[in-house]
Design a protein. Sequence first.
Length: 166
Amino acid sequence: MNSTPKTLTKEQPSRTVGFLLHDVARLLRKRFEQNARGFGLELTRSQWQVLAYLDKNEGIRQGGLAELLEVEPITLGRILDKLESCGLIERRHDATDRRVWRLSLTEKAGPILATMRELGEITRAEAFAEISETEREALLALLTTMRGNLSAACAMPPAEGRKTDG
């Protein structure tokens, strides 16, 4: 029996679509955050995500945003507290139900969102370096199809004991 401890290596897991998508997504987030720090912006990834969703869903209920982000309401509440203290969002009572909060961006958030878009373009350009426009379009089409396939599959009961080809 070999009692020599295993040495840690940077060996990558197998080249499966799940591992590759996870790694690419992780590296996109990491690079985006690096670029953001280069612009002097110190928001967390979760805060960036909330601002981006609010930009597209102005006036959404706090509970609805938690569902969209797939986070617990208490977790979102903490993020919103921070964004509100930074002056980037406002919570407003719903006109018909005072227990419900509606979320809005402030004017101060506008320039930050513009910078976020610019950083997104920079980060995507870095990711797509040496990838042709045709390959980019094919990748986006494939990922869109995969997303649709998985969304449909998630609406069905889980697969049990089935063998697949891939």
